[in-house]
Design a protein around this ligand. Sequence first.
Ligand SMILES: Cc1cc2nc3c(=O)[nH]c(=O)nc-3n(C[C@H](O)[C@H](O)[C@H](O)COP(=O)(O)OP(=O)(O)OC[C@H]3O[C@@H](n4cnc5c(N)ncnc54)[C@H](O)[C@@H]3O)c2cc1C
Length: 485
Amino acid sequence: LADVVVVGAGNAALCAAIAASEAGASVVALEAAPRREAGGNSAYTAGAMRLAYRSGKDLRPLLDVPDRELALCDFGSYPVRDFVDDVERVTGGRADPELTRLIAREGLATLQWMREHGVQFEPSYGQQAFELEGRWRFWGGLAVRVRGEGKGLVSALEAGATAAGVKILYETRATELLPGRAVRVQTPSGSREVEARSLVLASGGFEANGDWRAKHLGPAWSRAKVRGTRFNTGGGIRMALEAGAAAHGDWEGAHAVQWDRDAPDFGDIAVAHEYTRNSYQFGIMVNSLGRRFADEGADFRNYTYAALGREVLAQPGGVAWQIFDAKVGHLLRREYERGDAAVVEASSLRDLASAMDVDGGALEATVDEFNRSIRADAAFDPAARDGRSTTGLAIPKSNWALPIDQPPFRAFAVCCGITFTFGGLRVDTDARVLDAAGQAIPKLFAAGELVGGIWYGNYAGGTGLTAGSVLGRIAGERAAAVALS
Ligand SMILES: Cc1cc2nc3c(=O)[nH]c(=O)nc-3n(C[C@H](O)[C@H](O)[C@H](O)COP(=O)(O)OP(=O)(O)OC[C@H]3O[C@@H](n4cnc5c(N)ncnc54)[C@H](O)[C@@H]3O)c2cc1C
């Protein structure tokens, strides 16, 4: 018998487990994966965490870097209001306002608490900052990342949880809730019950469940590649629904990005997030007909990338190409230089098209029309929405429009990589799971990607980890309080 049983051992679950243990509860975490594959999607992340702060001074106690290094960083400010506005904007105003405010307000204190439990943070150089005249300028609300990325996060949290007395049971898949008293689990040696005074569900979304994807997102999603763990099949959501929880949020929506066309069907932890192709704002995207299909510069990539996997999926064959010329090569994220990237290169657009197996005339026409439509009156600035846009195109490019005219040209082949699903359970700001009448189900809490109601249609980069940590910590505290009362 444990006071608190946590289902999962990713970021949200481990934060919940540590918080419950700190509050005096005995805690067991149940993890479906074997130890070598544990850590969920959290282990695959770049460790970027969206965080509201007033100025660089707020970040100082969090960052494990020397002052002389920080003196070269322009963090600007990212107040709670901007965090909330960004989430509202990308979700078309549908995000749960109370949960959004909670995550924005509690982020900084929660990361500080994680630091006390061994997680180290550093500025997001390279990914979220461009170096200009010897100084780093940060953009897009993502100034901070975990040192060692997702793997660093999970190993630090596992160590923190173990030090706090949490017992993690691997290869132990929760299959059924026995409300108020236990969870049924499946292990290599059979099925059994684990008794619990209270329960925290933190077992991720259903992105790795092909049937649920086809049913809720649509049949085309069966050909999406899963970016992360194969263990997030929606078990936690299913069990809670069976126990009377309300389904909530955007069940037809998912976070899905442009992903290397030749990546495996499920995530490969050795490569982790490096199949992501997220520098599209510095080039153009075309489909196999050689036509553009989306505004590559609609906003900072943090606010567009999670909706573009769906756009790619809708193209013929579910694939597309990102095209860059030589002058933006230095702006591309380092994963573009991986030796196994699906890329072709040529010194003319004709030859590039032939290597892409795309009609040469069509591609040349697209690039020519694009190049001629660029307004040259705004200066190119990769660290700001520079307003350097096209005019007169049916599909505009709203920022960072540079002509594609300097060989050699490169085209990267992409497909749709699904990250996590948006639909899930309904929780309140105490992380209590609610039923259809809005009543809390006794002794049942939830955190992380199985919580619905925050993301609708789109997502703001780096919020998944912050949301999971904030709500996970709260879930653990409240679950312990209930168990010990
Ligand atoms: C490639 C990639 C890059 C990403 N980069 C970022 C980033 O930089 N910043 C960011 O904020 N977010 C990022 N994300 C999103 C991020 O991964 C999630 O927001 C976050 O990790 C979700 O945490 P979680 O604890 O809810 O789920 P997970 O970390 O996925 O943990 C869920 C755990 O539950 C286990 N589980 C599932 N079912 C059961 C069951 N029935 N019984 C027991 N255990 C079960 C799984 O094995 C898994 O370990 C990225 C995701 C991917 C895939």
